[in-house]
Write a protein that binds this ligand. Sequence first.
Ligand SMILES: CC(C)(COP(=O)(O)OP(=O)(O)OC[C@H]1O[C@@H](n2cnc3c(N)ncnc32)[C@H](O)[C@@H]1OP(=O)(O)O)[C@@H](O)C(=O)NCCC(=O)NCCS
Length: 219
Amino acid sequence: MSDRQGALVIRRIRASEGRLLRELRLRSLQDAPEAFGQTVVEASTTRLIDWYRKAWQSCRGDQRAWMLAQHGDEVVGLVSGRHRLPTTLLLFSMWVAPDARRSGVGRQLIDGLEGWARRWGATETVLWVLRGNLAALGFYERLGFEALSHGRDAQAGERFGALTMRRAIDPTSSSDASGACLCAKTGTPGGLALSRQPSAGPSSTESQPASRATCRTAV
Ligand SMILES: CC(C)(COP(=O)(O)OP(=O)(O)OC[C@H]1O[C@@H](n2cnc3c(N)ncnc32)[C@H](O)[C@@H]1OP(=O)(O)O)[C@@H](O)C(=O)NCCC(=O)NCCS
């Protein structure tokens, strides 16, 4: 487990963070090569300028977003989202650093991403998880995602051995992380800050951290 202390901030990527995005994505692909539909070799051929382009496309607006989970200067997780018209959030590339797992980081990343999506009227989140990735399946089920067996998304998943999962987005939820965006225009940091508190003791087959992140409003 991690001995990190203090606040965890969920925030949107900045335009200037193309290099960081590259590092995080390569790290996630090295750590969990079985979890994603891309290899580290494929990702490492992407030019740096294209990582900056991704960061720029994802730092503002309602089409794409990368959300980062940050402790102090250290980013411990990330997730990306795309807006599919009219009101579907497609979730990709979910990853939390191994020593930051099981403390609520993944849950808060998705809450943050859905907070962004709620602002453009998202009504559901859809994602694909490779069928052999039992840890992620357990995680998504715990968060209330349900498997889809019919429809174009389910068929698309079948083609690459993935299960399609969905959950509704509550438009009135108070977990809206719209303030989580760090806007390239203003450069003003903001977000959800999470303080670590004693865990109630989640059940798991993995090693357990002794602390759990709970949400508070960031300064
Ligand atoms: C899947 C992953 C993102 C989970 O992140 P995390 O920060 O550990 O998740 P959280 O701590 O927010 O867990 C949220 C809930 O899911 C549960 N959970 C997390 N991992 C779980 C697992 N392996 N099995 C069962 N439940 C799990 C937690 O217990 C928690 O439930 P609780 O709050 O009721 O106790 C992380 O394990 C990871 O990055 N894995 C490698 C990459 C990957 O597989 N990504 C998914 C690609 S589709």
